[in-house]
Design a protein around this ligand. Structure first.
Ligand code: BTN
Length: 239
């Protein structure tokens, strides 16, 4: 796989900039930034970093499939991150859909944005932020790789991640999420535990976290029976 790497010292958000160019930019374009003024997270949240203390990049990937066939992609990307971080010596877990946790605290987050047709070829922007040192107070427990005693520079970490992402995305194109399901579940946080899922609108759903299906939907056993829920506007919490 060939990547094209672009580096920015200061930018609003690497995802925003790649999405803006998603019609024309080449497959495999990476934009990494030293600093983001408006880093974005899932569910409309912001993503804050410490200067020099995080790796922040986005990758443009073109699939010949349409958006309809990409369910579970965000979980597969989580598996790529978990493999690399575990190899480096950090005992990480994945919090559905794709937060990476270290000692129960957030180490890394992924923001995937899609452009293209439901049936036709899709372009996907995969944004990854990994804390090397934990940022200051961001309103939730956050960890940095340094806490696990992992000492790696941002360039070396980026290279490891890109290699693994290329493998995972190629595998995903051929086999879909089914090829990653067991591995995702091995990394899963809260498996078998009581959890609460809060949709942006409507009532939260509570039950036992029973893993994920072949599409990457979250399975939850509630008093009213088993339910499969898709990512979208949901956040998962242990109760
Ligand atoms: C989340 O935890 O909700 C996702 C965080 C994703 C942050 C990364 S940093 C690089 C890329 N550019 C952004 O604006 N966001 C992602």
């Amino acid at each position: 796989e060939t990547f094209t790497l672009a580096l920015a010292e200061r930018i609003d958000s690497t995802n925003t900039q790649l999405m803006r160019r998603s019609d024309s930019a080449p497959h495999g374009l990476i934009l990494a930034a030293e600093w983001q003024d408006a880093g974005r997270g899932r569910l409309g949240r912001s993503w804050r970093m410490r200067l020099g203390g995080a790796l922040a990049f986005s990758l443009l990937w073109r699939f010949d499939k349409g958006l309809a066939e990409l369910s579970g992609l965000s979980l597969a990307v989580g598996v790529a991150l978990a493999r690399v971080l575990e190899r480096l010596g950090a005992p990480v877990a994945l919090k559905w859909p794709n937060d990476v946790l270290l000692s129960g605290k957030k180490l890394s987050g992924v923001l995937i944005e899609l452009s293209g047709e439901v049936q036709g070829p899709a372009a996907v922007v995969i944004g990854v932020g990994i804390n090397l040192a934990a940022p200051g107070d961001v309103g939730q427990p956050v960890a940095g790789l340094a806490e696990a005693g992992v000492k790696i520079g941002r360039n070396a970490l980026l290279a490891e991640l890109l290699n693994e992402l290329a493998l995972v995305l190629t595998d995903f194109s051929e086999h879909g999420f089914a090829a990653f399901r067991d591995e995702w579940q091995r990394y899963a946080a809260y498996l078998g535990q009581a959890v609460r899922l809060s949709p942006a609108q409507g009532e939260p759903v509570e039950g036992l976290f029973a893993g994920v299906d072949e599409r990457g939907a979250l399975l939850i056993d509630t008093d009213a029976g088993a339910r499969a829920l898709f990512a979208g506007e949901l956040s998962l919490r242990p109760v």
